[in-house]
Design a binder for this molecule. Structure first.
Ligand code: NAD
Ligand code: MG
Length: 396
């Protein structure tokens, strides 16, 4: 029986993880559930899954959550705050952690799970973009295992030989030439910059293939999501930036591909449903039912592939630039993007200005070699403050 902590249980990934867990009660138990502010939704999940511990990140809502669980007659313990998340992720309450908090807010708990040697199902891509070298060091020290949940990296993990998938051996030693990440192209695929001046948050979050949280939906619309994923692939598989390619594939059926020296290309396909990756990560190395609709190739009939439009979607090029620059540049990229996307969702920043703010931050803050967590947290704060300043200068 695996005891699973679902961090970010009320979100899109959290909901999918709990769906898979509920399908296999003899294999998995949700022992820790967490949310940011959605105490009512968290209480409903607690009634259904009866975890040992429920954590609400916003401490002001701890009393509210406790009252709800008491009214429901549950013995589930209640805690709050970021430190409680990290403590739970490394505690004996769980052996498996689904890291599904969005943004840098998930970094501390993701690192704690890695350090404690848990099986880490990593959805929180911002954590590895922000602190890749530290997360890898924590994993080595903890001796646990990382299963990528991002569908592209889950596909690569499946298409790579085991030793290369887990970084035990290099890609070169396994005859790998290229990692090819697929991108849906988002809701604005085919549009030019001139068409994107007046995009609203509601248009940007309307993704054609996936139902996701608002932040990652905007990232998909700007192609920053793919940029973050290029950096994620670099750290996960020790892949040189030039070996990671992006191809637009509007149907989101081929989740990514590995090209080998002999010309073979191995891909993982499936319907766009995150429960496949979550079931894979939870049961690995076994395969279990994920509740996902079977792929009907004849009904699909056609799969399309195109080059990404880097002129219109500048964020992808900025992510490659940050990766080439190395050191703390990805930390700056991530923080500036989080600030700009939040401002866009808040109606404070035009869609096209998101890439301008990120570029200005990358230019303003020199990259330094990554040393420790304190340094990265400071870099993240500096980049956030710089992004706020740039937004005031450029657009207010
Ligand atoms: P979401 O917005 O639907 O859910 C986020 C969850 O995190 C919620 O439970 C929320 O309560 C919690 N949370 C938000 N801010 C928090 C904070 N400051 N402190 C503590 N908890 C907080 O997001 P999502 O779409 O489920 O994405 C989660 C992560 O998974 C992101 O990093 C995203 O990039 C990644 N991911 C998502 C998908 C997808 O299909 N949704 C696919 C690949 C990767
Ligand atoms: Mg993805």
């Amino acid at each position: 029986m695996r005891n699973v902590a679902v961090l970010g249980a009320t979100g899109s990934i959290g909901t999918s993880a709990l769906d898979v867990i509920a399908r296999h009660p003899q294999r998995f138990r949700a022992s820790v559930l967490t949310a940011h502010r959605a105490s009512e939704a968290l209480a409903v999940l607690c009634e259904r899954f009866v975890p040992d511990l429920a954590i609400i990140a916003d401490t002001a809502l701890e009393a509210d959550l406790r009252a709800r669980l008491q009214r429901a007659g549950l013995a589930t313990r209640v805690a709050s705050g970021e430190a409680a998340l990290a403590e739970a992720a490394s505690s004996s309450l769980c052996d498996t952690v689904v890291a599904a908090i969005v943004g840098a807010a998930g970094l501390a708990s993701t690192l704690a799970a890695a350090r404690a040697g848990k099986r880490l199902l990593l959805a929180n891509k911002e954590a590895i973009v922000m602190a890749g070298p530290l997360l890898l060091a924590a994993l080595r020290a903890g001796g646990g295992e990382l299963l990528p949940i991002d569908s592209e990296h889950n596909a690569l993990f499946q298409a790579l030989p085991g030793a290369a998938a887990t970084r035990a051996e290099s890609l070169q030693a396994n005859g790998v030439h290229r990692l090819i990440l697929t991108a849906s192209g988002g809701p604005f695929r085919g549009r030019r910059r001139a068409d994107l001046g007046a995009i609203t948050p509601e248009q940007a979050v309307a993704h054609p293939n996936w139902r996701m949280g608002r932040k990652i939906s905007v990232d998909s619309a700007t192609l920053m999501n793919k940029g973050l994923e290029v950096i994620e692939a670099h750290f996960l598989f020790d892949a040189a930036p030039d070996c990671i390619e992006v191809v637009v594939h509007p149907q989101s059926i081929v989740h990514s591909l590995v090209e080998y020296a002999d010309g073979s290309v191995l891909a993982q396909l499936g319907n766009p449903d995150m429960r496949t990756a979550l079931a894979y990560g939870l049961a690995w190395p076994e395969r279990i039912d994920a509740g996902v609709k079977r792929l009907d190739l004849v009904a699909l009939a056609q799969l399309d592939f195109q080059a990404p439009d880097l002129d219109t979607f500048r964020c992808l090029g900025l992510a490659y630039a940050a990766l080439h620059r190395g050191g703390t540049a990805p930390t700056v990229l991530n923080a500036a993007n989080e600030v700009a996307v939040a401002a866009f969702l808040d109606g404070q920043l035009p869609f096209l200005a998101i890439s301008e703010i990120i570029e200005a931050c990358l230019d303003a803050i020199p990259a330094e070699p990554v040393e420790n967590l304190t340094q990265l947290i400071q870099t993240d704060l500096t980049a956030r403050a710089t992004a706020q300043r740039m937004m005031r200068r450029l657009h207010c």
